[in-house]
Design a protein around this ligand. Structure first.
Ligand code: SAJ
Length: 408
């Protein structure tokens, strides 16, 4: 049985490891976070994703998945660690390089190294170069290690389905690398797998997320234009979308999460002079939470009770990373110490610490409390559990700021 090591056991690494184990590989998951390693050893999964716990548990019980803090010898190494960016929107590849340095110690001739983490164009080539400098001997025989980029494309909340059913792009620093990596992914991915060079694969992934960001920015910009000219943006979009070649996305509280709000900057930093539309879209989307907060601010009289529906970065997930709703609430809490802000989110059990520190922000256990105790209500996330509140909100006596179109 071939051995695969997956470095980084988060939203992507963990399901990837589970799929590979299910496909018959002997998989070792590696994470620098001891808590994560221990949780796997105790058969626990801390990533909230439908079906994932069961799949990981099966892999562990069948003896095909184990966890460690450092990589051991293997045939294939897959890197799935986060790639953050700094305040100047420059990519910080330090987690990737830490993972690379850890595997360099145990790498052998003929091994395959696959980068799944979203990365700036050229990083997979840099990884090869870095290892070549540290272990030149591995490249002197007839079977040097191979390097490829296979960007993840799955949507949080639907990861298991999409990991198996979304087409994959595999880019190698050589053709052989791309083909070998494609062979590994074909063991569990049912959709077409297309091969290319590593830099193209990196740029493809970034372009996908930048495409979505630009399109959401268009919808968000329309919502601002509509507010200023007194037109209902939701009606406008539904009418415009009747055109066979128009498909406008949904305005919102802003764009959050760890992908779409981040990745376009990687394309931007690769060619800042050229990436004008992409950087403007980022700024439009980043400005949206503040616009929503201002709208609520204007409606809330001194000492008002404000209710907020939704905290997470998008509907029906429990993830609050880069959440625009969180930004709306914290921004308003800071600007308006005189108002009380009651908050409810069906995907969470209590206030996250980012909101808990405000004396004027209070968690409530049901959306009905929000509606019965507030003068102004903000709908910040379109959770499907909120759909049943439509008629109650429509007959609500106070003011409503519906940033996500629940009522439309
Ligand atoms: N959003 C809107 N309006 C819309 C659609 C989304 O405001 O019409 C907002 C959401 O509320 C959220 C943000 O955009 O705050 C991003 O949500 P999303 O569902 O569009 O995407 P993510 O970030 O969950 O996942 C994206 C996906 N990329 C694309 O669809 C091109 C996913 O396939 C990628 O794998 C993932 O990024 C990633 O990890 O890169």
């Amino acid at each position: 049985m071939e051995r695969i090591t997956v470095i980084g056991l988060g939203y992507i690494g963990l399901p990837t490891a589970a799929f590979l184990a299910k496909a018959g590989y002997s998989v070792e998951g590696v994470d620098v976070n001891r808590g994560i390693v221990e949780s796997i050893r105790e058969n626990r999964v801390e990533v909230e994703e439908p079906g994932l716990s069961e799949m990981v548990r099966d892999a562990i019980l069948e003896g095909r998945f184990s966890a460690a803090e450092l990589p051991s010898k293997s045939d294939v190494f897959i890197i799935a660690v986060p790639t953050p960016f700094d305040t100047f929107h420059r990519v910080d590849p330090s987690y990737i390089f830490d993972a690379v340095d850890a595997l360099t110690e145990v790498l052998e001739e003929g091994n395959l190294v696959v980068l799944e983490s979203t990365s700036p164009p050229g990083l997979t080539d840099q990884i090869e170069q870095r290892i070549r400098e540290r272990r030149p001997i591995l490249f002197e025989g007839g079977t040097p290690p191979l390097f490829a980029h296979c960007p993840e494309r799955v949507l949080p909340g639907n990861i298991l389905f999409e990991m198996e059913n979304n087409p994959r792009i595999v880019g190698g620093t050589s053709e052989q690398a791309a083909l070998q990596a494609a062979e590994v992914y074909a063991k569990f991915c049912q959709a077409p797998i297309r091969t290319t060079d590593a830099k193209t694969a990196e740029a493809v992934k970034l372009s996908e997320n930048a495409f979505r960001d630009v399109n959401i920015a268009f919808a968000n910009e329309l919502s601002l234009i509509c507010d200023s000219i007194g037109v209902d943006v939701w009606e406008l979009i539904s009418l415009a979308n009747l055109h066979p070649r128009v498909s406008i996305l949904r305005p919102s509280s802003g764009v959050g999460g760890h992908c779409i709000a981040v990745d376009p900057w990687f394309l931007y930093s690769a060619a800042p002079e050229e990436a004008r539309l992409i950087s403007t879209a980022r700024l439009v989307n980043d400005s949206k939470p503040n616009k929503v907060a201002s709208k609520i601010d204007q409606l809330a009289e001194a000492g008002a009770a404000v209710g907020m529906l939704g905290i997470t970065f998008k509907p029906d997930v429990d993830d609050i990373r880069e959440s625009p709703a969180l930004e709306v609430i914290s921004g308003l809490a800071e600007q308006r110490p005189d108002i009380t802000i009651r908050v409810f989110d069906p995907a969470l059990k209590s206030l996250p610490e980012q909101l808990d520190r405000y004396d004027n922000v209070v968690w409530v256990d049901s959306p009905h409390e929000i509606l019965s105790l507030s003068d102004v209500v903000g709908v910040l996330v379109l959770h499907s559990k909120f759909l049943s509140l439509r008629s109650m909100i429509s007959s609500f006596q106070g003011q409503v700021v519906d940033a996500v179109g629940l009522l439309s």
